[in-house]
Design a protein. Structure first.
Length: 290
């Protein structure tokens, strides 16, 4: 799951940052002591030579380049192993093979688009991997926090971790919510713009808007977004009559916004994020090595 992968990536870096900060502290302390000493001369040939730039002008490359390149290569190897050990989820394969939607996934871009025709309607469903990269699970809430006893007693800690798993031994952490922007458009008739969440295999509608100008539903630039904000799109979905809510949800299901899509989106976002991260690692390494 993406959130766990992000934790695995960031943990070593966090430790490294703490260690490097701790190592730098004595140097900073000595520097401030020298500056604050009242008898320290304003000019010193010793200090002047220490700040000489001759060495840096002649250096062909930074000293850390080789180490950084090796670390990037190590990260790439780790991600490749991770990819090989986690086959493409069946939910992704089944959806791509059987869904009426066309998948539009441009390398290097965060947004993914699903598009289809339904009678005289054009339907687009878009989502972004930014929901994964910005997701911050509450790792230290009251229910999940380790007690002092669990921290000091490995057996208690292990028992607590086993309780968090289902009987099959699989991790039951919920996938992060994925925001969907759904547009149902008819030529010359405007568009419906539905904001929803895909989470836990369900589609949860938050807002159901109507725009007489279809471009407001797409918000392709800042000017269009500003114009759309001035229009009254409709009341919050949760304030509508319950029967009306049900019928609007059925309306979306007929157009392919189903439980299968709700399962597909988080799984595909995870694959997309990993692919983009690998591409980022390769691009940064190529730049460092150039």
């Amino acid at each position: 799951m993406m959130s766990m992968r992000a934790i695995a990536r960031s943990a070593p870096r966090g430790i490294a940052r703490i260690s490097s900060t701790a190592l730098r502290q004595p140097t900073i302390a000595r520097s401030s002591l020298v500056k604050s000493t009242p008898w320290a001369p304003l000019r010193s040939t010793q200090f002047t030579s220490a700040f000489s730039t001759t060495l840096y002008r002649r250096a062909p490359a930074g000293e850390v380049d080789e180490e950084l390149s090796a670390k990037l290569d190590s990260e790439l190897s780790y991600e490749n192993e991770l990819k090989d050990s986690e086959p493409t989820p069946a939910s992704v394969k089944d959806f791509l093979e059987n869904s009426p939607f066309e998948l539009i996934d441009t390398a290097g871009k965060q947004d993914v688009i699903l598009k289809r025709k339904f009678g005289n309607e054009t339907i687009t469903v878009s989502f972004s991997i930014s929901d994964l990269t910005n997701y911050e699970p509450d790792l230290y809430n009251e229910d999940d926090a380790m007690t002092d006893e669990q921290f000091e007693n490995p057996e208690s800690q292990r028992a607590a971790e086993e309780e968090a798993e289902d009987p099959t031994g699989e991790d039951t952490d919920a996938a992060p919510p994925c925001r969907l922007n759904i547009v149902v458009e008819k030529d010359g008739k405007g568009a419906l713009n539905i904001e929803a969440l895909a989470q836990d295999g369900q589609i949860m509608v938050e807002n159901f808007y109507y725009y007489d100008n279809a471009k407001f539903a797409h918000s392709e630039n800042a000017e269009v977004t500003h114009q759309a904000q001035d229009a009254f799109p409709g009341p919050p979905f949760g304030t509508l009559d319950e029967d009306l809510q049900i019928l609007l949800e059925r309306y979306l299901e007929e157009r392919g916004v189903t439980q299968a899509l709700a399962v597909f989106v988080p799984d595909y976002m995870d694959l997309k994020e990993q692919k983009e991260y690998q591409a980022w690692l390769k691009n940064v390494k190529a730049f460092i090595d150039a």
